[in-house]
Design a protein around this ligand. Structure first.
Ligand SMILES: Nc1ncnc2c1ncn2[C@@H]1O[C@H](COP(=O)(O)OP(=O)(O)OP(=O)(O)O)[C@@H](O)[C@H]1O
Ligand code: SF4
Ligand SMILES: [Mg+2]
Length: 394
């Protein structure tokens, strides 16, 4: 049984501008000890989705189910949820300064967190806090434990948050853009630390990011979100080498320094929609170069592809992967699905033109190289294509 089973989670907010449909029927599982990466552009509902699980979206209309170890988080009383939060599910947010109280020392905050959930002496909790700070790489932890948050650098504060998250040995950590505010070197160190400790502690992790590079470094399974929905779900290798959804393909082809596209970066045209006025049919259709007539009026369900790989797109499920040959197949399947000079044809032409004119030519960077896909992540695949073929395609 998965540690966390989220089914048909729907979250909306009534605002003076209208109803914000932040999460629209999202389902996913997190297995014990596994990492689920949640990726998507800004405003796709990633944060709302996970904060709702922690009871942190007061005032929202929420429906669905979120079974954590068999019990529904969405139906727990605030007191019950508070017991789960911290002790069994911990959270790490983008900006540690907003989570750490500026007027108390880092050590005091870790000690209080431990003592709020465990009956142990202050001295034992302090010893544990020092041990944890040392484990996350804070130098001279025994003295730095008495520092205030502002005396720590950004990277050290994020390490302190990781220490705090691990303090009660939780079953699940939710890390929401944990490294976005850090510079690239510190970001890589923090990611490495998180994955190392996650393995040591055998903790499940949900990592939320808009950065495919972070996903490549951390995730076992990946959920791509667009306009409040999960549009593609797969294990990491499948998602990077055999994406089906044009949005996933767009995210991969716009990773600077990696170029899933070969020698060109192809930005996704246009902007994500407002969640108050979501496009009809497939919400991605105004930006999709493969849009077909039916995409404008029909909402694509998540189609099964193979082995847990699902994609909410009407393109044939056998058209997977990256590169010019696959793109030609996508283009011809899409052309067969639209009337000449119809609305879909016009949108497709506009999106294609935008991609062509905005595309940046690069020296050959190697497929996925910068996305951190190490060799260890290329395990055997059961489907028709071999990963090595994908690794050398243009
Ligand atoms: N309390 C709230 N009241 C009204 N709207 C909200 C509230 N919280 C979030 N939203 C809206 O819900 C949508 C989804 O927001 P969310 O923060 O989940 O996006 P995100 O994918 O995490 O984006 P980012 O990458 O920028 O963090 C946005 O349109 C946001 O404005
Ligand atoms: S082809 Fe249609 S269903 Fe698929 S992503 Fe494009 S617009 Fe959406
Ligand atoms: Mg967010």
């Amino acid at each position: 049984m998965p540690l966390l089973e989220v089914r048909d989670l729907t979250v909306s907010f009534h605002t003076s501008d209208g109803l914000v449909q932040a999460v629209r029927g999202v389902s996913f599982d997190v297995e014990k000890g596994h990492t689920l990466g949640v990726v998507g552009e800004s405003g796709s509902g990633k944060t709302v989705c996970t904060q709702t699980l922690l009871g942190l979206t007061p005032g929202a209309d929420v429906s669905g189910q979120a079974l954590f170890d068999g019990r529904d988080l969405l139906r727990m009383s605030p007191a019950e949820l508070q017991r789960v939060r911290g002790a069994r599910i911990a959270a790490i947010f983008q900006d540690p300064l907003s989570s750490l109280h500026p007027l108390y020392t880092v050590g005091w905050q870790i000690v209080e967190m431990i003592r709020a959930h465990r009956h142990i002496a202050r001295s034992a909790a302090r010893a544990r806090a020092i041990e944890l700070l040392d484990m996350v790489g804070i130098p001279q932890a025994a003295s730095r434990v008495d520092d205030y948050p502002h005396q720590f650098s950004g990277g050290m504060r994020q390490r302190a948050m990781i220490a705090m998250a691990l303090a009660l040995d939780p079953d699940l950590i939710i890390a929401d853009e944990p490294t976005t505010a850090l510079d690239a070197t510190v970001q890589a160190q923090v990611i490495e630390l998180m994955t190392k400790l996650q393995t040591e502690f055998d903790t499940a992790l949900i990592i939320i990011t808009h950065d495919m590079g972070v996903i490549a470094e951390t995730a076992d399974e990946v959920m791509v979100m667009y306009a409040g929905k999960a549009v593609e779900k797969a294990d990491r290798r499948t998602l990077f080498y055999f994406p089906h959804h044009p949005y996933t393909k767009g995210l991969l082809e716009s990773i600077p320094g990696s170029t899933a596209a070969g020698e060109r970066l192809r930005p996704i045209p246009g902007q994500p929609p407002s969640l108050i006025s979501i496009p009809t049919g497939c919400a991605f259709h105004p930006r999709c170069q493969y849009v077909m007539d039916r995409c404008i009026s029909e909402v694509p369900p998540l189609f099964d592809i193979a082995g847990g790989h699902t994609s909410a797109c009407f393109l044939p499920t056998q058209i997977l992967g990256l590169g010019e040959d696959v793109d030609r197949e996508r283009a011809s399947a899409a052309a067969a699905g639209r009337a000449e000079n119809g609305a879909a044809a016009r949108l497709a032409a506009r999106a294609t033109e935008e991609i062509e004119t905005a595309g940046v030519h690069l020296p050959d960077a190697g497929v996925l190289a910068g996305a951190g896909m190490s060799d260890r992540s290329r395990g055997p695949r059961t489907s028709q294509n071999s990963p090595d073929d994908a690794g050398t395609q243009p």
